[in-house]
Structure formats: structure tokens, C-alpha cells
Ligand binder design. Sequence first.
Ligand SMILES: Nc1ncnc2c1ncn2[C@@H]1O[C@H](COP(=O)(O)OP(=O)(O)OP(=O)(O)O)[C@@H](O)[C@H]1O
Length: 235
Amino acid sequence: MSIHVSNLHKSYNGHPALKGITFTAKPGRITGFLGPNGAGKSTTMKVLSGSISPTGGSASVYGIDIRQNALAARRHLGYLPENNPLYGDLYVHETLAFIAALHQIPQKKTRIAEVIALTGLGPEQHKKIDQLSKGYRQRVGIAQAILHNPDVLILDEPTSGLDPNQLQDIRSLIRHLGKEKTVLLSTHIMQEVEAVCDDVVIIHQGEIIADFPLNELSGRYADNNLEALFVRLTS
Ligand SMILES: Nc1ncnc2c1ncn2[C@@H]1O[C@H](COP(=O)(O)OP(=O)(O)OP(=O)(O)O)[C@@H](O)[C@H]1O
């Protein structure tokens, strides 16, 4: 089931950050959510995750309205926030056990072991979060987001600051997850979008300015590639 956003508005102290955006992210597809700095990507993702309230409009996750039934919507949602906030003093295992308890995951040891294997955290699983490299912290962030096996995943810049090897690993993990789940992914890296995304939504100054399947780019636009289109539409 999808993410559906309809005429969504969000203002901060009277300043509009989202000006009535509408888009859908579909199951079994990875939707790249692109836009320049300050365009409204994180704001949209925070609203969808229930971290902040919208000023107007509606949104649903897995068919559940996030304003009417926030808790039920959250059960189907995994969220990796920008900057991936984690408790530095906790061990990787403790972090995941804590999240498993929050979600009341049955057979939590088995599920944690599964997710550690899936995210390649095995070699680092006995370290504290503060002792991890950025790439491994990102893996923990993704692990905590997928622990309850949600149908919908929202990943806010999941690969920012990773080295090329880590990039490859995390991208292939995201591709793997995207085969079954609805994934909304924000990034500034156009190569990443071309490598992992099926659909593209571009937001600029709080408005959606493009929304298309990536394989239709050349049919719809005269630009040679995604980067050229992005620059033309947002500068
Ligand atoms: N807590 C806040 N209080 C006031 N204004 C905010 C707050 N958070 C975001 N904004 C403003 O809302 C607008 C959208 O910001 P947002 O963080 O959603 O953009 P973004 O597309 O995620 O940017 P980036 O690519 O830089 O992460 C910006 O003008 C930003 O300054």
C-alpha cells in the first residue's frame, strides 16, 4: 500500500514550507524525493512520520490517514530521519532491543539477528553507537527503521556522507527493500536516483514541480539527464 499526500500544507510561524503538495509513492517502487536545500523534503517526511503536524491537507500511509489514526499509520511505517539521531551510549544490540520493545516485536532476538544480517551490521554489532563510523551508524538507522518489517519506508538522505563502498552496500540494501515495500527516499545525489529509484518527485519552494517514472524522463523532457532537468527546473 502506498503513501498518498493530498494538498498538504505546513507553515512554521506563518512561513509556508509546504504549499499544498500532492503526490503518491507506490508499493514495490522506490520514489526519489528531490529538491534543493530548503525545498520542503524533510518537512514532508516529518509530517508523514507523525513527528510534526501539518497545517492543512491530508496524508495517508498504507491507506491509513495519519491525522485520524497516527498510531496505526506508524505501525506500517519505518522512518530514517535526517541526521539519524541515535543514543551514542547504547550498544548496537541495545539500540535494536529498545526499538523492538517499543514495537512489541514477537521473537525479538530472531528478528534482531535477521536485521543485523540484512544490514551488514554483524562485525560491528558489539560496539557502542558512538564508536561506529558514519556508514555503520547509517546501517543502524536503517536497521531500526525496518525492524518491525514495515510496509512503507521513509528514508531522509540515507547515504549522505558515506564512502563509495558503503554507498554501494546501502544502495543495494535499499533496492532489495524496495522490491516489496513502498520506499520514499530523499537525496541530493542524482546518480543515486538513477541507480535505485523507479519514480521521481521534485519539490521546489514547497511545491511539486515534477512527478514521473524515471524511465519516462527522455520521453517527457528535452533535458539529457536528471541533473540537467533538476538544475533547469530549480534554478
Ligand atoms: N523547525 C523549523 N522552524 C522554522 N522553519 C523551519 C523549520 N524546519 C524547516 N524550516 C523551514 O522550512 C523550509 C523547508 O525546510 P526543509 O528542512 O523541509 O527542507 P529540505 O528540502 O529538507 O532541505 P535540505 O535539503 O537542506 O535538507 C525551509 O525554509 C526551512 O528553513
